[in-house]
Design a protein around this ligand. Structure first.
Ligand SMILES: [Zn+2]
Length: 265
């Protein structure tokens, strides 16, 4: 059974991290999902390229429900997601890794829940801790051991994209307490929580947001920053994959729906 998954964002489609990689297709009620399964440190791990393997799916068109459902169906218990983010916070600089602990949702029109009536009914999940505190502290601990700068905690502002933000929007987000800005964590984190899986995001700061940076932002700039930082990212993920115990159950994530009989496939 595959119990750990990595969801890769912009610039981190690197299944070379895994051995004996095979392509897999998983059928879900929301559509088919293509992903890769390989082993690392003797453990089966799934690798899902969020934007498709050729970066061909825009953030607002990603089939988040199918992706999360497919991972649940494989048996995944812990998801390590990666995102490239802009920073609104001068304490979070280019090259830093941040583990968000909160989000602000500015997306529109996305399928954002498994519980929109129908067979599953309507369930209101608690999102006091949308990102698994256990998983976050494990990643932070590995970062400090490897001497990689990892900041545990921050508020991720999710915009709809695919355009970047205006300086006026960035000023507003900063006023509201946002630290990072990206386009994919919502509803991904929400769906993972609804499906009772541990989920943490390693956000790589690839640029300072519009109005905070002194020049205009390009996608190339984001990709260049990712490339420069990829060795640290690999070290962090590889160590985590080797050490993470997918059966460890010291958090609430696997029990979010215990009051309503759990999440059923
Ligand atoms: Zn958890």
């Amino acid at each position: 059974m595959v119990k750990i998954a990595v969801i890769g964002g912009s610039g981190v489609y690197d299944p070379d991290m895994l051995e004996n990689v095979r392509q897999a297709k998983v059928e879900t009620p929301y559509g088919e999902v293509e992903l890769q399964i390989g082993s690392y440190a003797g453990r089966e791990t799934a690798f899902l390229a969020r934007h498709g393997t050729k970066h061909s799916i825009a953030p607002h068109r990603i089939n988040y429900r199918a992706n999360i459902y497919a991972l649940k169906k494989l048996g995944v218990r812990k998801i390590i997601s990666t995102t490239a983010v802009g920073s609104l916070n001068k304490a979070m600089q280019l090259g830093d890794f941040v583990l968000p602990n909160q989000f602000l949702d500015f997306t529109t029109g996305r399928e954002c829940t498994f519980f929109d009536g129908g067979e599953r009914g309507v369930v209101h999940t608690d999102v006091t801790d949308p990102y698994c505190p256990e998983l976050r502290s494990q990643i932070a601990e590995i970062g400090s051991r490897l001497n990689i700068h990892v900041i545990n905690g921050g508020t991720y502002v999710c915009t709809n994209g695919p355009r970047y933000e205006t300086p006026a929007e960035i000023r507003m987000y900063a006023m509201l307490g946002g630290d990072l800005v990206g386009m994919t964590n919502v509803p991904e984190v929400v769906l993972a929580q609804e499906a009772e899986m541990c989920y943490a995001t390693i956000s790589m700061v690839t640029n300072m947001a519009a109005g905070i940076s002194e020049h205009k932002l390009t996608h190339q700039e984001v990709m260049d920053a990712m490339a420069a930082n990829s060795q640290n990212f690999r070290s962090l993920i590889m160590t985590l994959l080797a050490e993470l115990d997918p059966d460890e159950d010291n958090c609430e994530c696997a029990h979010v729906l215990s009051g309503v009989g759990g999440f059923k496939l």
